[in-house]
Design a protein. Sequence first.
Length: 95
Amino acid sequence: MAAAACASRPNVTLYQIPSLLLLLAGAAAAATRWEAAQGQLDAAAALPLEPVDAVRAEAMTAHVLLDTGRAAEAEQAARRALAEAERLDLAEPAC
């Protein structure tokens, strides 16, 4: 739904939608709105992601999982994000 709304706006390209969804997920997580954050992450995951966005999504997923009491799953997601960030030489997600 969010992707369709963004796609109908002439100043938003399809390639920007995943980044926008991740931005919204981050805002929702910062506001401790875990369901909303997960919804944005799910919407982003349904789209083709650039490698940097995939790493950001995995790291943010780890954050949401940890803060919703799913520590084992969060650790797995964080390890995947870290491994991919290191492989791609991405400093920000690795931190």
